[in-house]
Design a protein around this ligand. Structure first.
Ligand code: NAD
Length: 476
């Protein structure tokens, strides 16, 4: 039987849909299979990121930030507002509309690029055939190449089993119809902190229980510590070294029990969010007899180019090694598509930016100071606080700093770490600098517009060699 398609992509999230579009752009006859259904039971491309992840959380973070600003900051700017009213229903409706527009946008992009979309659940069979199942119906399609991009789902823990609306995962916490009086969150990871910020800004008393003694271990220690100080100041009650070992619903409340350094503790909350990580969706994506290599944690094993152990079968995004980040999955999708078209491209896994969209935002790329110390690499550090930035002062938010880490011998930039307002946008400058193998001197010799927050990066680069202009008492 001849192959119907050149490529079938299973999964329409940021890894899969990007792979499908790039394959089609390169002239391949492409199909994408995706099973996602929205609350109305309709197809909704974009996977977790667009439907219940990055996009809706950013929509609510934005709305809640406006609300908090109206309450706490408008007066500083001489703006008086008599009454500030919160309409959670309207806020959620706006978020839903943002999601709807973007998911429909992907459908339009599929149509424009002639990607053939199949709504249903895809399973890889022998001979690169894919069974697409929707309800009781199923059909089989085939291709020369298969790309698996089935994403990830929240981890559930037996000690806190999910309920209809009291103990929920991240998706549930994005859909609350009113502000819980007291909200518990298990896990001070990216999801716990972002969702905690949303509901804290909207008036909930938020307690975050984190099993680890350390905080945001993957971030630069100095900035992580500083961010914790700010989160606590905002009212987030973050309890480190607090391992949850039970949660039950009683009389409309959730009784949470946890162990900390002092022993067994308990907490009563109105709602509890379980945000303890995500797991790859690799169950049932492939007929077992094919022998697709999957490790003990459920990740599909791939090489640097996302090739699996099966010929012509690739895997990308959250189901393979590396951080579970939309942009990392998208880049893998582009790489696989371009390699199928004969191009010699690769993903620079050392240059993947991370962002936590709290206030202040935390963003970084490359090595942290503790990683450099641990690896015994000699490095130089230059930092600049936003308190010394004219633009930050004018904006009325001087929280945080930028830190540049370079190789002591070559001056090449090894890491860029940012804490402050809008650093999710500014980190791209660090990523570009690293992609161009820039040194701190390259950044120092670059002209930055004044007054901008980005000048703090310029000054941090200047500070590496001790001659930042707007910090007193440095070298000549
Ligand atoms: P995470 O792994 O970042 O954090 C989960 C935390 O829960 C850990 O710190 C862990 O120690 C803690 N934990 C686990 N069991 C516990 C228990 N019983 N009691 C108390 N604490 C416990 O996971 P996440 O925040 O759920 O995020 C999942 C993935 O999604 C991550 O890979 C993340 O990078 C990605 N994500 C990224 C963004 C972003 O880029 N802004 C946003 C959301 C999610």
């Amino acid at each position: 039987m001849s192959d119907q398609f050149d490529v079938i992509v299973i999964g329409g999230g940021p890894a899969g849909y990007v792979a499908a579009i790039r394959c089609a752009q390169l002239g391949m006859n492409t199909a994408c299979v995706d099973a996602w259904k929205n609350d109305s039971g309709q197809e909704s491309l974009g996977g977790t990121c667009l439907n219940v992840g990055c996009i809706p959380s950013k929509a609510l973070l934005e709305s809640s930030a406006w609300y908090a600003k109206a309450q706490h900051e408008f007066a500083n700017h001489g703006i008086g507002v008599k009454t500030i009213k919160l309409d959670v229903t309207a806020m959620q409706a706006r978020k839903d509309q943002v999601v709807k527009d973007l998911t429909q946008g992907i459908k339009a992009l599929f149509a424009a690029n002639k990607v053939n979309f199949f709504h249903g659940s895809g399973k890889l069979l022998a001979n690169k055939q894919v069974e697409v199942t929707k309800g009781k119906k199923s059909e089989t399609i085939s291709a020369k190449h298969i790309i698996l991009a089935t994403g990830s789902s929240p981890v559930n823990i037996p000690v806190a089993p999910l309920t209809e609306d009291k103990i929920v995962d991240s998706s549930g916490a994005l859909s609350f119809t009113e502000v819980p009086k007291k909200l518990g969150i298990i896990g001070a990871g990216v999801i716990g902190l972002e969702l905690g910020s949303v509901w804290n800004r909207l008036g909930a008393e938020v307690v975050v229980l984190e099993a680890n003694d350390g905080f945001l271990a993957m971030a630069d220690e100095q900035l992580a510590k500083e961010s914790l100080r700010h989160y606590k100041k905002q009212g987030l009650d973050i309890r480190l070294g607090a391992k949850v070992d039970g949660a039950t619903v009683k009389a409309g409340k959730v009784d949470v029990s946890y162990q900390d350094g002092k022993g067994q503790q308990s907490l009563k909350v109105d709602k509890l969010v379980v945000a303890v990580g995500r797991k790859p969706n690799t169950k049932d994506i492939c007929d077992e007899s094919l022998g697709l290599s999957i490790d003990e944690r459920g990740f599909v094993q791939v090489d640097d180019y996302c090739k699996t152990n099966l010929p012509d079968v690739y895997a990308i995004g959250d189901i393979v090694r590396g951080p579970m980040l939309a942009h990392k999955g998208s880049e893998e999708g582009v790489m696989v598509a371009e390699r199928l078209a004969g191009q010699k491209v690769q993903v620079d896994y050392d240059n993947v930016p991370s962002v936590i969209y709290t206030e202040p935002e935390l963003a970084w790329v490359g090595k942290t100071e503790q990683e450099l110390k641990q690896a015994g690499i000699e490095y130089k550090s230059g930092s600049f606080p936003f308190a010394a930035s004219g633009r930050a002062r004018a904006a009325g938010d001087t929280t945080g700093m930028i830190k540049v880490l370079t190789d002591a011998k070559t001056d090449r930039i090894l890491g860029v770490h940012m804490l402050g307002a809008h650093v999710s946008e500014m980190i791209a400058q660090g990523v570009i600098a690293r992609a161009m193998m820039a040194s701190s001197e390259d950044l120092a010799l670059t002209m930055f517009a004044h007054p901008t927050l980005s000048e703090a990066l310029h000054e941090a680069a200047l500070a590496v060699s001790g001659h930042a202009i707007h910090i007193a008492g440095r070298k000549k």
